[in-house]
Ligand binder design. Structure first.
Ligand code: CA
Length: 361
């Protein structure tokens, strides 16, 4: 390096440090006290409590930022009712909400795709789409008119089809059933004659036990057992056609987000990605144990839905999606999702899926 260049760089460094120092000092000393609400009750495993939960996310952010971003976490009903997170973040009443985007399909239909699409992608495929296939950018585009940004912060992995008081032998058995099921899957069931209800987690057990509903889906063996659903219905239909993986959403008020310095933004994004992985890992362990217990000790009959019922659900899903993409923004998200999925499907057929079906034994 020439002497002139060295002197220039040295002067630039000095000038830079002098100019930048006060700004850096201000940005790094600023403290933020935020509120995060949840659609799930205080103490709910996975969502509110345990590895990768909302509480864990806030703790990681607090530790990584040395307390500069302090997030107070509220379960459903503590500050606002379960499903009012979208409006609260939009209004800036709270800075963050932890829930699932498909609760907001009444606000913007495209939100469905950021949680789970019936017969859609599993955990690995969703992450591929989010982080490397433009999924998160589209999510932010969908929420831009509402002044919010979002990112994945958890995943349950594949959910279970759910609990039914009576055995489902044919498509006709679905007719007239009152079932708790949110999102697009509810529309699919409705096409087959199901009377669809959307209830927060905490209301599912009493409704199922009293016969207010005849069937319910919630999450998977661990969370379902905690609600006691096995005491209200014995048929547990397995592999969830409706939620091949269910993404938790970290929803953030954009004006508040824009006030964070770059390092705190990076901390939030990285803590959220960590919780995305860690929460899913916890589900693998918790569900393996809980499923064994439900079947071996609690008399639960766990089985897949009959093939002809799956086939009918798939046919209705295609009709519901065809209707959904009449909305141009939904179509844009749908096209991106399914373009990614079709490549991912071909890849997983010769990789993960082939391993499970043909190699593992
Ligand atoms: Ca569910």
């Amino acid at each position: 390096m020439s002497l002139v260049r060295r002197q220039f760089l040295s002067r630039a460094a000095v000038a830079g440090s002098v100019l930048a120092a006060p700004m850096v000092a201000n940005a790094q000393s600023a403290r933020f006290n935020w509120k995060m609400t949840s659609a799930y009750g205080k103490g709910s495993p996975f969502y509110m409590d345990g590895p990768g939960s909302a509480t864990d996310l806030a703790k990681r952010i607090r530790e990584m930022s040395d307390g500069r971003l302090n997030i107070q976490v509220f379960g459903a009903g503590e500050l606002i009712p379960a499903f009012e997170g979208f409006d609260a973040v939009r209004a800036g009443t709270v800075e963050m909400n932890h829930a699932n985007a498909y609760f907001w399909t009444g606000k913007t239909a495209a939100a469905q795709y950021f949680t789970a699409v019936p017969f859609g992608m599993n955990f690995q495929g969703m992450n591929g789409w989010f982080y490397d296939g433009g999924g998160i950018d589209l999510w932010n585009e969908v929420y831009a008119p509402f002044g919010m940004v979002a990112m994945p912060c958890g995943n349950t992995g594949v959910q279970m089809t759910g609990w039914f008081k009576k055995e489902i032998k044919t498509v006709a058995d679905l007719k007239g059933l009152k079932m708790r099921i949110p999102g697009l899957a509810g529309k699919v069931y409705a096409n087959l004659g199901v009377d669809v209800k959307v209830l927060p987690g905490g209301e599912i057990f009493p409704a199922l036990e009293r016969g207010v509903i005849d069937a319910a889906e919630f999450v998977g063996p661990f969370q379902d057992r905690r609600l006691g659903l096995q005491k209200a219905a014995k048929y547990y239909y397995t592999t969830g056609w409706h939620e091949a993986s269910t993404v938790s959403e970290l929803l953030i008020n954009k004006a508040a987000w824009d006030k964070l310095p770059a390092d705190l933004k990076a901390i939030v994004s990285n803590a959220s990605a960590a919780c995305n992985v860690i929460s899913e890992a916890w589900c693998q362990k918790a569900n393996s144990e809980a499923m064994d217990d439900l079947v071996k000790n609690q008399g639960v009959i766990a089985r897949p839905l009959p093939d002809d019922v799956i086939k009918a659900l798939k046919t209705e899903t295609n009709k519901v999606l065809t209707e959904a993409i009449k909305d141009p923004l939904t179509k844009k998200v749908h096209d991106s999702y399914f373009a990614f999925k079709s490549k991912y499907d071909r890849w997983t057929e010769v990789s993960e899926e082939a391993y499970h079906l043909k190699v593992r034994g």
